[in-house]
Design a protein around this ligand. Structure first.
Ligand SMILES: Nc1nc2c(ncn2[C@@H]2O[C@H](COP(=O)(O)OP(=O)(O)OP(=O)(O)O)[C@@H](O)[C@H]2O)c(=O)[nH]1
Ligand SMILES: [Mg+2]
Ligand SMILES: [Zn+2]
Length: 344
């Protein structure tokens, strides 16, 4: 949250600079086709040039300087990383060789998508890769934050991933009408929204048709029930679930590393550690407006090409807001994100 007026001013300047340089990402469809071709070409190149013993593998989880790999024959192997190998994470495909009881990762194959976030030192770190759809999980407890949802929507749009907003702990919604309203608001904006809870029939799980054969990543605050969702879909596995009563649902992280799970009906889910906040300081500021679905058709219609949609005359977005077509909450959330970007 920015309380420093100088920081706000700096952010506006940064916005303008970045806006003139920003080019909108290609459509998701073209992006993924092109990236898929590039990845296939890299894999093919590797197949023809591979030296003895090298094969590709899927990263199930990353633990410090080691990864847990799934081999092409479905076995799990713990592997170290050659020094130059760049930060493999759950969902990555890598080239590895076996060594002793384990393996060594030699190369990271190109990614179609990656979710990253700045670490506590402000360095951008990948969390999970090759994601088709982000499942942004929110709940009445800890209470859903619209601004955090908006940040994930911006990041996903920029990265070319689809998004479903999962309103979990639906059993608690009758006591949390504001969260129910939030679900309705995002649905009205045209987003994919599901309401679910751990007591619903697993065979009729509302998430199953969304998952299909894709790779999905569960993200959101700690304690909203991401790991519980995985457990529901994989009743045989033993997945660590947090005890909300001892943590009051805040600030405690039960899941400490992202991990990939294959689902029996096809598709794979990547569970990730909960976040307290999600910084977008690594994105160009103009990506923020592009991630607000009701702003997108108006972009380019402002009088000034480098409009920051904050105070300018002839701003199509502010005009739509004054006509009641963009809600006060979303306008404020947009401005809060842009203002926070200069300070991280
Ligand atoms: N009432 C209710 N509680 C739930 C539901 N799903 C999960 N919980 C509870 O929420 C708490 C946290 O669940 P987790 O699955 O560990 O949450 P998480 O999002 O994985 O948390 P981190 O790993 O810390 O990010 C546990 O006490 C669960 O029993 C639900 O549908 N309804
Ligand atoms: Mg968890
Ligand atoms: Zn504008």
């Amino acid at each position: 949250m920015v309380t420093d007026i100088h920081a706000v001013t700096r952010s506006k300047m940064a916005t303008r600079d970045a806006m003139t340089q920003y080019t909108a990402p290609m459509s998701k469809r073209r992006l993924s086709d092109q990236q898929r071709r590039r990845i296939e070409a890299a894999q093919e190149r590797h197949r023809t040039q591979a030296s003895a013993g090298e094969e590709s593998g899927l990263v199930i989880a990353r633990f410090g300087k080691r990864v847990l790999l799934e081999t092409n024959s479905g076995k799990q192997v713990s592997a170290t990383l050659r020094r130059h190998v760049d930060d493999p994470v759950a969902g990555d495909r890598v080239i590895w060789v076996s060594e002793g009881d384990g393996g060594v990762v030699e190369a990271l194959l190109p990614r179609s998508t990656v979710i990253s976030r700045p670490n506590s030192q402000g360095r951008l770190r990948p969390i999970a890769a090759n994601i088709d759809r982000l499942l942004v999980v929110v709940a009445p407890q800890p209470e859903a934050q619209a601004n955090l949802i908006d940040r994930y929507l911006v990041a996903a749009e920029h990265a070319g991933m689809d998004v479903t907003l999962v309103f979990n702990k639906g059993d608690l919604l009758p006591q949390a009408p504001a969260v129910g309203q939030l679900a309705a608001d995002y649905r009205d904006l045209g987003h994919s929204v599901v309401v679910t809870d751990q007591y619903s029939d697993p065979d009729a799980d509302i998430l199953k048709p969304i998952i299909r054969a894709q790779t999905l990543a569960l993200v959101g605050q700690s304690g909203v029930g991401k790991s519980s969702l995985v457990q529901r879909l994989l009743p045989e596995q033993d997945i660590r679930i947090g005890d909300l009563s001892s943590a009051a649902g805040l600030g405690r992280h039960t899941t400490t590393a992202a991990a990939l799970y294959h689902l029996p009906g096809g598709g794979q889910l990547i569970d990730s550690p909960g976040v307290r906040e999600f910084h977008l300081s690594h994105l160009p500021p103009a990506a923020v407006a592009a991630g607000f679905v009701e702003f997108a058709p108006l972009l380019g219609a402002c009088r000034f090409r480098d409009c920051s949609h904050d105070h300018e005359a002839g701003c199509a977005i502010l005009e739509a807001h004054s006509r009641g077509e963009i809600s006060a909450n979303r306008m404020a959330s947009y401005q809060q994100i842009v203002a926070s970007m200069a300070t991280g």
